[in-house]
Design a protein around this ligand. Structure first.
Ligand code: ZEM
Length: 294
């Protein structure tokens, strides 16, 4: 029977509704599994999607979110990817429930879901990533090093094709989540609401005083007022550098401008290195839990 049905129906071709179902399943899991970190896997899912995408090199066309090569040891074991197994394991039951979606499309969809479910802007999405084998793993060292400053940021993000304004907008993701001593060696969250996307990262960068944290770990900064928040050397580089600073000021003043620019640049980040067969007009916008409640 199953065979005959397959013949009349043809192969399963997932549509918008099918991806929206995957979105909903991830959103539900995010709500259920709330005993992780600050109460959400959202931030680490965003980091997974970013680390897949941020390996892109525009000169060679290698890296990027096509392939999901972080499944394999060489790339999964890169120092920068420490801790992302938590995000990949979180998504494993979703992959089992929807075997038709590629890991690479799923990981990016999870990043989109996490941003929207943490009250961020909508991030338009299109599928088309396929999983590739271990030979497509990128070399270590393509992701940014938090101990460095503006020159390094421009080199790393320039290789992906991003300018100063886009580097600053992307960095606003550090409103989310935290550093873990057993992953990066750094410690603590950037904001007081690490599971809600806001422009607080920019506000804190300009309004707060930051001092060197005295501790037995890598150089990082703490806020003078409460000593509970942190900034990396790369974060403070955004206020030291005049060209970066103008965008920090703008996003600190204007959350709508941040959301608009963040959505535009994350959409591009998540599409780096993907040979889409569908055009840009085929992008979908998924409903979030907040849209449904409205
Ligand atoms: Zn991050 N990031 N990142 N980032 N990041 C960390 C955590 C998170 C840098 C970086 O070294 C670090 C972007 C850009 C840059 C997120 C999203 C995005 C951590 C802490 C470090 C050290 C990891 C740990 O210990 O668990 C540097 C140098 C960046 C250059 C500008 C961009 C772009 C991002 C997305 C668009 C997120 C969401 C986290 C929090 C992860 C978590 O588990 O809570």
């Amino acid at each position: 029977f199953a065979k005959a049905e397959e013949k009349t129906k043809g192969p399963f071709e997932p549509k918008f509704e099918d991806y929206q179902k995957v979105y909903k399943t991830i959103a539900k899991l995010l709500e259920e599994k709330d005993d992780y970190d600050d109460g959400s896997y959202g931030p680490v899912l965003v980091r997974l999607a970013w680390h897949c995408s941020g390996t892109y090199d525009k000169e060679t066309g290698t890296g990027g979110s096509n392939g999901a090569t972080m499944r394999f040891a060489p790339e999964g074991d890169h120092g920068a990817n420490a801790g992302l197994k938590a995000a990949r394991d979180f998504l494993e039951p979703v992959k089992e429930q929807y075997p038709w979606i590629s890991y690479s499309d799923l990981w990016i969809l999870a990043g989109v879901t996490a941003i929207q479910e943490m009250q961020g802007p909508h991030i338009p999405y299109r599928p088309g990533r396929s999983d590739r084998d271990v030979s497509f793993c990128t070399p270590d060292g393509r992701l940014p090093d938090a101990s460095k400053e503006q020159k390094h940021l421009r080199a790393i993000f320039g290789r992906m094709g991003f300018n100063d304004q886009e580097i600053v907008a992307l960095s606003g993701a550090h409103a989310l989540g935290r550093c873990h001593t057993d992953r990066s060696g750094y410690d603590g969250p950037w904001t007081f609401s690490p599971t809600t996307l806001t422009n607080d990262y920019f506000k804190l960068l300009v309004e707060e005083k930051w001092q060197n944290k005295k501790w037995n770990g890598p150089k990082q900064f703490e806020d003078v007022s409460t000593k509970t928040l942190m900034m990396l050397p790369t974060d403070l580089a955004l206020v030291k550098d005049k060209s970066f600073k103008q965008y920090v000021d703008k996003y600190a003043r204007d959350n709508d401008a941040f959301f608009k620019d963040f959505s535009d640049v994350v959409l591009r980040l998540f599409e780096l290195g993907v040979p889409f067969t569908q055009g840009e007009d085929a992008r979908w916008t998924f409903k979030s839990s907040f849209d449904e409640a409205a």
